[in-house]
Design a protein around this ligand. Structure first.
Ligand SMILES: [Zn+2]
Length: 165
C-alpha cells in the first residue's frame, strides 16, 4: 500500500475518485504527545464529491483505536476514532476568508494539486482527539495524581484550527 499518497484535490473531487488505506498510529508524529503508546491504526476512506453546496469537496472517514493517556490516572485509555467529515475545497485561503463563518457547516480547506493525504488525516485526528481524555472510572486511582497542565498537543491542535480559519 502507498503510505504517502498525494492527490490533486480538485481533480480527485471532480472525478469522484476514492482512496482506501490505513496507517499505524506511529505514522503520525504530531499525535505523539497525546498517545500513550504507538499501538493501534487508523483506517481511511476518502471520496471525492464533485459538488457540495456548489463546491467541490472531499468526504473523509477515519476509523480506528488509539491509545491515549488518561489525564486523571495517567494509564492508557483506548479511544475510538470515528471521523466522518466533509471538507469543502477552496481555491485559495482568500476564498475561505471571504466565506461567511458557519460554525455548524462543513470545514473548508485549500485545495492543492499535490495534497498529502497523510497530513490531512493527521490534521483531522488532531481535531478529533479529546483534549483531556479521562476514563469514566479509573481502575485504581492513584491519590494525588496531578492533572497535567496545558500540553504541547493542545497548542498543536490550536495551530491546526487557526490554519483553517
Ligand atoms: Zn484513568
Amino acid at each position: 500500500m502507498q503510505r504517502r499518497p498525494v492527490i490533486d484535490g480538485l481533480e480527485f473531487a471532480r472525478a469522484g475518485s476514492t482512496w482506501f488505506g490505513a496507517w499505524p498510529a506511529s505514522d503520525f508524529p504530531r499525535l505523539r504527545d497525546a498517545l500513550h503508546s504507538d499501538e493501534g491504526a487508523i483506517a481511511c476512506e476518502l471520496r471525492g464529491v464533485p459538488e457540495v453546496r456548489g463546491n467541490p469537496a472531499l468526504h473523509l472517514r477515519l476509523n480506528g483505536v488509539l491509545q491515549l493517556t488518561c489525564q486523571r490516572c495517567l494509564e492508557p485509555l483506548a479511544f475510538t476514532v470515528a471521523v466522518d467529515a466533509t471538507l469543502l475545497l477552496a481555491r485559495s485561503q482568500a476564498q475561505i476568508d471571504a466565506e461567511p463563518f458557519d460554525a455548524e457547516g462543513p470545514e473548508w480547506i485549500v485545495a492543492d494539486r499535490e495534497m498529502q493525504l497523510h497530513l490531512l488525516v493527521e490534521d483531522e485526528l488532531l481535531l478529533a482527539l479529546p483534549l483531556a481524555p479521562r476514563h469514566e472510572r479509573c481502575a485504581g486511582v492513584r491519590v494525588g495524581a496531578r492533572e497535567r497542565g496545558r500540553s504541547p498537543f493542545a497548542e498543536l491542535r490550536e495551530q491546526v484550527r487557526a490554519g483553517r480559519r
